[in-house]
Design a protein around this ligand. Structure first.
Ligand SMILES: [Ca+2]
Length: 511
């Protein structure tokens, strides 16, 4: 009897256990799902515990089961530059025209998608990818192997994309080559302006729950706009939840690296197209158990351009020579929370040119260094207007065109003559000194510039020296006194259709 049991056990071991062990010895390469919203500040993802009105259960799950980054930053707070940096693993000053909105993504900088394809991955996308800007034909292949944008939503809302992102992902998932790992890019057009104005009432949201940055007046209009904005973030999150469910049902969830983030901060005044935290700091959560231990919150400074080398390393693909960003792999595979790598105690961000909103199409050049305690910003052309010349109608975005059209912007512009609100107009749209220094612990909304205070002269000098050393090492032309960005053409001719130079009638800010 015993012999017979041993005989059966041996057969089971040979035909069942051994093949399973062999399969384990050569693990499947992971899939990658990158979910990127458009214009979402970090503070509007639920897991950060700051915004009571915006519910993001899918992001929160990825954060809970993965790593949530408290200090994640985009390369530049503008759609195309942030995305080109993410796709190439480079800073914006290392991308020529690729560092600008309406710029150009050049083929000499290898894209993470192409490097993954060369390593045997299939790549696909739904929604917004790189743009607005020109994609170089010299790449010789599309940005993604396949694009899935066929499925549309039945109930389209104002200011919202018609795409049914999750169904498009499902279509890809069913059609994919099961013999190859995939990289799928889910790029929502939300919560980019415009919104369904007043939609918060129908959604049952409450004005008192809105989270409004302190650079904006506390007013029913700004509160309402941030609630409407939150509904767009929830839309992004709902589709992410459906994608997670598709992966889970197919048993592919734990074999998929899920990254959730946004290209930069909110599109209201003094955020997008600014290097303040509300413009440059983004939500970021990464889930990939068991290689990435979950339930961790990390305080290291990380940049979206560092996702390219990270993803390539996790996929076992070669990191192209053109990548300059450092991989996040050591932080991800560490089991620690808080400050994991002591060297990641600061980050440098940059900005050059957004839309045409100043005479001669000039940009607003800035560099910033952020530590846990301080933020320093160098404005290289303080004689220019940060949101655009006040009397120049960009037509694309109206007056003060580096700030997107929207309810808060129009409130502040409309009340510019009111002494109660004039300070907000100046704060959002007025000229700024060449140097800005903020104590981030005491003043997280960056409202009190300490740069001229002699008490802080030493810390300011130290921060700028550190920033300059990094920029010099990373080949920033501005450190050599060069500024090619104002001479690069705007590659999208649509924005020239209605050049409209006229006086706006808005007061000139006093600063
Ligand atoms: Ca954007």
């Amino acid at each position: 009897m015993l012999t017979r049991i041993n005989y059966v056990a041996a057969i089971i071991a040979f035909f069942v256990v051994l093949p399973a062990c062999l399969a384990h010895a050569a693990p499947k390469r992971p899939n990658i799902l990158l979910a990127i919203s458009d214009d979402q500040s970090w503070m509007h993802a639920g897991a950060y515990g700051l915004d009571k009105s915006t519910k993001t259960p899918a992001f929160d799950r990825i954060a809970r089961e993965g790593v949530r980054f408290n200090y994640a930053y985009c390369a530049a707070p503008s759609c195309a530059p942030s995305r080109s940096a993410l796709l190439t693993g480079r800073h914006i000053w290392q991308l020529e025209e690729g560092g600008l909105l309406f710029g150009a993504l050049k083929a000499k900088y290898t894209l993470v998608t192409h490097a993954l394809e060369d390593a045997g991955y299939q790549t696909a996308s739904t929604g917004k990818t790189y743009g607005p800007g020109r994609y170089d034909r010299a790449f010789g292949r599309p940005l993604f192997g396949k694009t899935f944008n066929k499925h549309k939503l039945a109930d389209r809302r104002p200011g919202r994309s018609s795409l049914d992102y999750a169904t498009n992902f499902e279509t890809f998932f069913k059609q994919r080559d099961k013999g190859k790992p995939f990289f799928f890019w889910y790029g929502s057009s939300e919560p980019h302006q415009l919104f369904d104005v007043g939609g918060w009432q129908k959604a049952g949201k409450k004005l008192e729950d809105a989270l409004v940055p302190k650079c904006l007046p506390d007013h029913p209009v700004t509160r309402g706009e941030f609630l409407d904005y939150g509904i767009e973030i929830e839309h992004f999150d709902t589709h992410l939840a459906r994608m997670i469910a598709i992966l889970e049902e197919a048993g592919e969830l734990d074999n998929t690296i899920i990254i959730v983030t946004s290209d930069h901060g909110n599109p209201m005044p003094r955020s997008k197209a600014n290097l303040y935290d509300s413009g440059a700091r983004v939500p970021l959560a990464i889930r990939f158990p068991p290689k990435v231990t979950g339930s961790r919150v990390v305080d290291d400074f990380v940049g979206l351009w560092e996702l390219a080398p990270t993803v390539l390393e996790l996929a076992g693909a070669e990191v192209p020579k053109s990548v300059t960003g450092r991989s996040l792999l050591p932080v991800l595979t560490s089991k620690a929370s808080g400050q994991v790598d002591p060297k990641r105690d600061s980050i440098v961000t940059a900005f050059e040119r957004h839309i045409i909103c100043r005479r001669d199409g000039l940009g607003y050049p800035m560099r910033s260094i952020r530590t846990h305690k301080w933020a320093f910003i160098r404005n290289y052309a303080p004689d220019r207007w940060p949101a655009g010349d006040p009397d120049f109608n960009s037509s694309h975005q109206g007056f003060l065109g580096d700030c997107d059209k929207g309810e808060s912007k129009h409130l502040i512009m409309g009340l510019a003559h009111d002494p109660k609100y004039r300070g907000y107009y100046n704060l959002c749209f007025g000229r700024r000194p060449a140097e800005e220094l903020y104590d981030m612990a005491a003043d997280p909304h960056q409202l009190r510039n300490l740069a001229a205070d002699p008490k802080h002269a030493e810390v300011k000098e130290q921060l700028e020296a550190r920033m300059k050393a990094f920029l010099s090492e990373q080949g920033d032309q501005r450190m050599r006194g060069e500024s090619p960005w104002d001479d690069y053409p705007f590659t999208d001719q649509r924005i020239f259709k209605h050049p409209d130079w006229r006086t706006g009638g808005f007061p000139t800010p006093v600063r």
